[in-house]
Design a protein around this ligand. Structure first.
Ligand code: SF4
Length: 292
């Protein structure tokens, strides 16, 4: 699979539009993603829109009812096989918006568990991973990563741990959300009944077994960016994970891309985000990529 050397711009319509509905498919959708650096095929295990977080910046429209309440593994296999073949055969390159970047639509950078809710909430997560891994193998997509984008609340569940082990065997990567350094800021931004300590414990436990990517969204709340003491606490959380034996491949620092449901949760400027990234690099020694 060729790597895409093309710079992916956030002004492209196909990058701005992260709709999770493509044709009449229920479980899969294509996006051109800057963080994936090209075509990412999303696997939405939560058409029912269930999540154990209520992030202030969440783009999922929970005013309209969700779809399928459980994952039909046969349908997931059929839809994923069709979409991957469609992309590989050049069909996706002819679709509106994707036709602006046809050169990016044949190289499938990753297949990502990421959808309208939290993927680790499905009871048979390991079976979902099995199906996706089998399709990836059947199509010979050895260079395509299998990514789990997660809020980390369910990483300690038995079926999730089995799923992660399956992912380890097929270019798996875990992207763990971490938007705060303290319980108070976590409750301001992520608004979850799950304790912040459990999130940190889950990230550390997962990162001890394989390197993880930390995904952090920085934003303004009520006009103010993350306070310096909160950013210091956030960096301290990362160094604690490292000190406790966790491995972090990279930090993805990004900000709000589209209007949020809460009018007081707004975007940082490019310079503000870069300043935060500089602080994280200096305090943790970790590589940080920014996506403004
Ligand atoms: S974890 Fe993701 S799906 Fe859940 S509320 Fe936050 S942004 Fe939305």
């Amino acid at each position: 699979m060729a790597n895409a050397p093309v710079e992916i711009k956030n002004t492209w319509a196909v990058v701005q539009d992260h709709t999770r509905v493509f044709q009449d498919l229920v479980y899969v959708y294509p996006v051109i993603s800057r963080r994936s650096r090209g075509l990412s095929v999303g696997v939405n295990l939560n058409p029912d829109k269930r999540c154990n977080f209520d992030c202030v910046y969440c783009e999922v429209d929970r005013k309209t009812p969700g779809r399928a309440a459980s994952v039909d593994l046969g349908q997931l296999r059929t839809e994923l096989t069709w979409l991957l073949r469609y992309a590989l055969d050049g069909g996706l390159a002819t679709q509106p918006k994707f036709d602006q970047v046809p050169e990016l639509t044949r190289a499938i950078r990753d297949i990502a568990f990421s959808g309208d809710g939290e993927p680790t909430m499905v009871p048979d997560f390991d079976e979902c991973v099995r199906v996706v891994a089998e399709v990836k193998q059947e199509l010979g997509l050895d260079g395509t990563k299998l990514v789990l984008i997660t809020d980390s609340a369910g990483l300690d569940k038995a079926s999730v741990r089995r799923g992660l082990e399956r992912m380890d065997a097929c270019e798996g990567e875990i992207w763990c959300k971490l938007d705060a350094g303290t319980e108070a800021y976590y409750q301001l931004v992520n608004r979850s009944a799950v304790k912040f300590d459990r999130i940190l414990k889950n990230i550390t436990g997962t990162a001890r077994t394989r390197p993880v990517v930390i995904q952090s969204l920085f934003l303004r709340t009520h006009g103010a960016p993350m306070p310096p003491e909160e950013l210091a606490a956030y960096c301290e959380r990362l160094t604690t994970i490292l000190r406790d034996g966790g491995k972090i491949r990279e930090v993805h620092a990004y900000t709000v891309a589209r209007p949020t449901p809460e009018s007081w949760a707004t975007k940082l400027s490019k310079d503000e985000l870069e300043a935060i990234a500089t602080t994280i690099r200096a305090r943790t020694g970790l590589p940080v990529s920014t996506f403004d």
